[in-house]
Design a protein around this ligand. Structure first.
Ligand code: XLS
Ligand code: CA
Ligand code: CA
Length: 438
């Protein structure tokens, strides 16, 4: 046991003061017709939880993530991370994990050796999965850390680097299939540019699509039936990233005929970096039938970079769960792509962070279900557009009119009445009432 001082985390309810207990996440509690566990397929992000020790641009690691291994960056360490990850997920009741290829093994100089290591570690992970029932939510290839990807992977200027990226995608897809992953993610951190003085934007975007098309073709040929995901992010590390936000990524997928195989993996912190709310990018994905999975975290509005914090803002988790409930749930899940703050370096902090995130989404689910059940918000919206239910409005939405007919209608009508109050303040008060009323 790697965390002997941490018990299996119980649900103790909102009055509990035990830091190692859930206050809201009660897996078997039924909300809006399903258990919390069914609504909230939580996943552990291998990279932050098992690999990241809190280093930043100004200082080295503060947290010891060796998990008892004598030397880091070895296969012994890779296995210790598997042991730690599974004990961690079991103690929290987390059903899924997500990984990049290089999170689970140290990368070797030769890709054949890296792939051999990946085979070995996934055999071990599979054993643990079979013993615990824990599953893989999604896999991906890290095509942004190694210096070879300094100019991107699919968008690189180097054909050899493009081939290397293809090799990593091929292997990561094979591993995702081997582990039964529900999805495969493309996050294009370096698929973008710094200056147009050295960049052929059209060429780069077409090459990204080529790589994705080959991935779909190969994935389907080896039995991958899940969704491919684009994870939009506007910037960081690149100044301009091609998958700026959900709307941009969806347009790109449609342009290249990839929209039947792909959905969105929406990360809260990426949506806010794009100048949107988290809810906005979820809505854009949902109304286009492309809300696949969620990277559940939050950013810091004062800092303005990708801080990947554990979510605690209940307004945001509530509005997220409102979108998810309205969309009929996710085909993917809620991956905590979040890391402890650098001074939170203890084992207890690792657990408390996940308890915070899981409770924040559970409470968000409870409140979102109440907003829907209450009906005041939805009724207001329905009423707001009711002029399209009959008369000329009904003709417009049935596509049974013309610009000339509408112009005649307007000429006879005189000036239209004002369209009615948007009632934003009333609706915000309704939400507060539901959030904090009894
Ligand atoms: C980085 C991204 C990354 C993806 C997976 O900003 O969030 O972690 O989720 O490559
Ligand atoms: Ca992020
Ligand atoms: Ca992410």
């Amino acid at each position: 046991m790697l965390f002997p001082n941490i018990p299996v985390i119980p649900y103790e309810g909102p009055t509990s003061t035990n830091p190692l207990a859930f206050k809201y996440y009660n897996p078997d509690q039924v909300v809006a017709g399903k258990t919390m566990k069914e609504h909230l397929p939580f996943a552990m992000a291998w990279w932050h939880n098992l690999c990241a020790g809190g280093s930043d641009m100004f200082g080295r690691e503060t947290a010891d993530k060796s998990f008892g291994a004598a030397e880091k960056g070895t296969m012994e360490h890779a296995k210790a991370k598997v042991d730690a990850g599974f004990e961690f997920m079991q103690k929290l009741g987390i059903e899924y994990f997500c990984f990049h290829d290089v999170d689970i093994v140290p990368e070797a100089d030769d890709i054949n050796e890296t792939n051999r290591r990946l085979d070995e570690i996934t055999d071990y992970i599979l054993e643990k999965m079979n013993a615990t029932g824990i599953k893989c939510l999604w896999g991906t290839a890290n095509m942004f850390s190694n210096p070879r990807f300094m100019n991107g992977a699919g968008s690189t200027n180097s054909a050899d680097v493009f081939c290397f990226a293809a090799a990593q995608v091929k292997k990561a897809l094979e591993l995702t299939v081997k582990l039964g992953g529900k999805g495969y993610v493309f996050w294009g951190g370096r698929e973008g540019y710094e200056t147009l003085l050295n960049t052929d934007m059209k060429f780069e975007q077409e090459n990204i699509a080529r790589l994705m098309k080959m991935a779909v073709k190969y994935g389907r040929s080896i039995g991958f039936t899940g969704d491919f995901y684009i994870e939009p992010k506007p910037k960081e590390p690149m100044k301009h990233q091609y998958d700026f936000d959900a709307a941009t990524a969806i347009g790109f997928l449609r342009q290249h005929g990839l929209d039947k195989d792909f959905k969105m993996n929406i990360e809260a912190n990426h949506a806010t970096l794009a100048g949107h709310t988290f809810q906005h990018d979820l809505r854009v994905s949902a109304i286009n039938g492309m809300l696949g999975s969620i990277d559940a975290n939050q950013g810091d509005y004062l800092l303005g970079w990708d801080t990947d914090e554990f979510p605690f803002n209940i307004y945001e988790t509530t509005m997220c769960m409102y979108e998810v409930l309205k969309a009929g749930g996710l085909t993917g899940g809620f991956n905590f792509d979040a890391k402890n703050r650098r001074p939170s370096y203890t084992v207890e902090d690792m657990f408390e962070a996940y308890i915070l995130g899981m409770d924040a989404f559970a409470l968000g689910l409870i409140k979102a279900a109440k907003i829907i059940e209450d009906g005041r918000v939805d009724n207001f919206i329905a009423e707001r557009y009711s002029s399209y239910n009959s008369g000329i409005g009904a003709k417009i939405i049935a596509n049974e009119t013309t610009l000339e007919e509408l112009a005649d209608y307007a000429a006879k009508m005189g000036a239209p009445e004002l369209p009615g109050s948007g009632k934003q303040e009333y609706l915000e008060a309704v939400v507060n009432n539901i959030m904090f009323g009894c």
